[in-house]
Design a protein around this ligand. Structure first.
Ligand code: ATR
Length: 280
């Protein structure tokens, strides 16, 4: 039913000009000899519904969805995956024979990046997650399905953290706390993940955790990738802890989206190189 040989994959967001997704996906498409093209479209919130209808009419293969449309796009789709429904947001749409299906590849992208880049074994581990917003929802939901001992969600707004916690599978170690209680809890965890934007350029000196609280047994992970090594990660390294940088989550959410559109796993190293070349 596609009208031309070239398949179109889009990115819808507002703004989208600075996204690295077009370079990353087009490099993978070219590398694999696929005759598709990935284009970014700046869609204002009031035009979201029309944009989705346009995707149908134009037989797009699919698209990525970014801020501010990840939640509001849901009513315009024909189906959403259980994962996207539980996370409450869609970042990838696949056009399956005219039916638009929404997925969320952020949590799975984070998990694949963590496994591939650190080899961290989640079995029996305690995880501390900083933040209870959209990124935290994706990561905490995905990790809650792993054989972990449990997780502690840390947030300024305790009600929000508790609300998220109550949606996750209950475990022995399952709590929501504020930053006041963090110093008592941090020693007990194995993996610390910052899901907030604290430390992101231009506020590169900011961190939510005091350096001396980090210990060598910790793996410290940050979803911020600009800068590639945030203050949190620099401090963690100086304390002898292992670190995991945020670029991997971005790359692997793209790897999984690409698999859904094309059925082919792209080379994450090519995607990483393209993104790195465009930011340094
Ligand atoms: P995202 O989709 O990127 O996760 P979000 O949904 O707006 O963005 O969530 C931002 C998260 O960062 C929230 O958990 C927020 O904490 P509150 O819920 O308490 O507001 C957290 N956050 C933002 N600024 C913060 C700060 N200065 N200190 C601590 N947490 C902060």
């Amino acid at each position: 039913m596609v009208n031309s040989e070239t398949g179109i994959i889009g990115l819808i967001g507002h703004p989208v000009a600075h996204s690295k997704s077009p370079q990353m996906h087009n490099a993978s498409l070219r590398n694999l000899g696929l005759n598709d093209i990935y284009l970014a479209f700046d869609v204002k919130p009031e035009n979201l519904k029309d944009a989705i209808q346009g995707m149908r009419a134009l037989y797009f293969k699919g698209c990525n969805v970014t801020i501010p449309h990840k939640v509001n796009v849901i009513p315009f789709l024909d189906e959403i995956s259980e994962e996207a429904a539980r996370i409450g947001a869609v970042n990838t749409i696949v056009n399956k024979d005219g039916k638009l299906i929404g997925y969320n590849t952020d949590g799975e992208g984070y998990l694949r990046s963590l496994k591939e880049e650190t080899g961290f074994q989640l079995q029996g581990k305690r995880i501390m997650i900083l933040g209870a917003g959209g990124a935290s929802r994706a990561i905490s939901y995905t990790l809650s399905l792993q054989p972990i001992e449990g997780m502690v969600l840390v947030n300024r707004d305790l009600n929000k953290a508790n609300a998220l916690l109550n949606e996750l599978k209950q475990t022995d170690y399952h709590k929501a706390i504020t930053y006041h209680e963090l110093p008592n809890e941090i020693e007990l965890v194995d993996l610390i993940i910052n899901t907030t934007s604290i430390g992101m350029y231009p506020n590169i000196k900011e961190t939510l955790i005091k350096k001396e609280w980090i210990q060598p047994h910790h793996l410290v992970s940050d979803i911020v990738y600009n800068p590639l090594e945030t203050k949190l990660l620099q401090d963690a390294k100086a304390q002898g802890a292992k670190i995991h940088s945020g670029l991997g989550m971005f790359i692997y959410q793209g790897v999984i989206a690409f698999e859904k559109w094309t059925g082919i796993t792209p080379d994450p190293n090519i995607m990483r190189r393209v993104v790195l070349d465009s930011i340094v």
